[in-house]
Design a protein around this ligand. Sequence first.
Ligand code: ADP
Ligand code: MG
Length: 392
Amino acid sequence: MISGKKGSSLDRALGRVDTLDATNLANLVQRLARERSFLETIFNTALEGILVIDKHGLIEYANLASRKMIGLKDGDLGDLTLWRMIPELRSSLGLEEGDRLQSSVSSRELELAYPERRYVRLYILPFEESEDSEEGEARFVVILSDITREKQSTEEFIESEKVTSILLLAAGVAHELGNPLNSITIHLQLMERQLAKANGTAASDRIASSLEVCLEEVARLDGIIKNFLEAIRPQEPDFQTLNLYEALEETIEFQSGELEDRGIKVELEAGSEHPVVRADKQQIKQVFFNVTKNAMEAMQPGGIIKVKVESNDERFYLRFGDSGSGISQDNLSQVFQPYHTTKKTGTGLGLMIVQRIMREHGGQVGIDSKEDIGTVVTLEFPKQNPKFKMLE
Ligand code: ADP
Ligand code: MG
């Protein structure tokens, strides 16, 4: 119905709307109404929630799926803001009452309590308005995907079958490597013993020192494999009382060499409150490491990473802002996918690990980005991990 041909004849009719007589106008209105109901049907069949909001968050359009997800009634359009329906979204986006939405792309994971408990991933994308639209009329498309299943799955830490299979493959390879390494070690030790029996000539001394090097290298390979297996195997977090700010400082200290090499500075801004939560220190440091690493890799020498700690009654927000390349709309929906990378030597596992660890801590990762301007990665920590709330 909106094929190119008909669309363009409609466009032509619209172009000379002021010259049309009453009958033709009525025809045109009818055609527009049909067009509209056709599009409505498509949008209402979609499983994803689709909303259009203005820069104040006012909901102008909501398809059927989105109404169900956030509990919006028919008469609510044009009256309610998205913040009203999803209160924690505004603080997650770093907006104060009355602030306008920025024209960046954003991604958040949210827990909706009403009308039904479910988890959604939400994307906010600036609306491409036609060129003649007025300045300041910015609008945004909001897309909501239900991720309840994904979150509730018992093997939540394994994001997809791809990860499972690659983990199995990697574990298999590592295991296979273990056998020849063992055998090499044993033979090297045998050679060492035999050499010890042959008296210390200059030649045997040289061989002995070569053997020693071989043994060290084998031990090193063994270590690499063990670390690798540890890194890819999800582990149960060891929850301890942790000051996130201190963990952040330690991570930045650990990265100081690379930061210096790249000519990048980090500015830390502590909030008014100590961000103390129950968390696994090693895992949280891994999260900070992955996020700052990405920020570094997105920037040129001279860049600055600004990390800010904020809080409200329920949550701490750690915002990692960089002035790097930014993330495109297309790329944004894929950044958490395993093996999705835009880098030559990237692994595409960094953000997936970040997401997994944050979820295990009852938190989430949010991303706001503007191409060529930069990216803000927001780590949200609940002040009280829901896992512990339940135990109490
Ligand atoms: P990798 O860093 O190995 O590519 P990640 O999972 O850490 O894998 O990141 C996935 C992709 O997300 C990156 O390749 C990049 O395109 C994008 N990305 C993540 N963080 C940033 C950032 N701070 N700035 C720009 N792009 C980013
Ligand atoms: Mg990375």
